[in-house]
Design a protein around this ligand. Sequence first.
Ligand code: MLT
Length: 395
Amino acid sequence: MIIPNRNYAQLKDSYLFYRIAQKTKAYLEEHPGTYLYRMGIGDVSLPLCSAVIRALHEAVDDQAVKERFHGYMPECGAPFLREAVASHYRSRGVGVTADEVFISSGASDELGDILDLFDRSCGAMIIEPAYPAYVDASVIAGRKIVPVPATEENGFLPEPDEDLEADLLYLCSPNNPTGAVFPREKLHKWVDWANRRGAVILFDAAYEAFIEEENLPRSIFEIEGAKTCAIEICSLSKTAGFTGTRLGYTVIPEELERGGMRFNDMWVRNRTTKTNGVSYIIQKGGAAVFTKEGQEQIRENIRVYKNNARVLMDAFDRLGIWYTGGKNAPYLWIRCPGYMGSWEFFDYLLEKIQVIGTPGEGFGACGEGYFRFSTFGDPDDTKEAASRILDLLSQ
Ligand code: MLT
């Protein structure tokens, strides 16, 4: 008889964003035709930039011509894109080679898949509140989870503690959901901790492009010693609007090894077995992001989202509601007003003003009492939502 993976029984009933989508659907069924102001899931509202669109069209045309047609792509990524990503790192002073870059279909897929590199007995340390996929992917894989609470008191950036027992550590900076960014010296402490213990850091850098302050690290490989203890997982979803197009990249340093096995070699073995690579068309679109024109255009879009953040921050400042994030990250993390629970606040906003956000509890127990707003929404919607929030909460 087939034995199902019983770890599924340990998961919450539904994934956070699925639950929000179901609640939203139920509301719309009861209130047909109602317009909703969506600031829940961090999905982009601006289209892909013109440099990317042009490259995608050209790549489609290539597929129509025998001499330029591409069938299977190299499993670890097209050399032109691996090199474009590596040289992007090098332009920021971070030494990465094309062989260390693996092209993926997005960070969320990769954050779970990468667990294939580690023995089942390796526990995963997760700083909570956390992007729920870290927890769920680890639970499905049957790994022990060691939650590390991040709190207002430690600025949502806890420091390592020698008593912490785990082999893997998920770090996300800029953080989803709190928007907190590890300064260099604090990140250094985690790198030293990992090297001392022989642990491996899975560094989620999906939001690095939103860092404004020059001195904050955008890659863990800016920190000395990281190449012997870290894997960096990155995405073009938020940086360049690829949430629906799907493209990401992972950096596994050549020097990273444990027990005589090199993780870079192992990932080559994994990818060549488990994927046939990302489509040529999408990789051509991705390569356009790393051109001068592409970089200028994605910065324009990021400026729009940053302005959304300012609109929301202004509303919360005027209401005297505590929040963090928004400056170096595309999320605002607020304390729910009036001691409301986070799902209670979700329902309140939806019912009263048709605004959708994300309840903090969905990011782990220590997110209860907080609420996340995404700044990726349409600018007019964000202004309207901010004005509705102001009216509702100043009553
Ligand atoms: C979020 O809203 O946390 C993200 O958009 C989810 C994701 O990247 O999968």
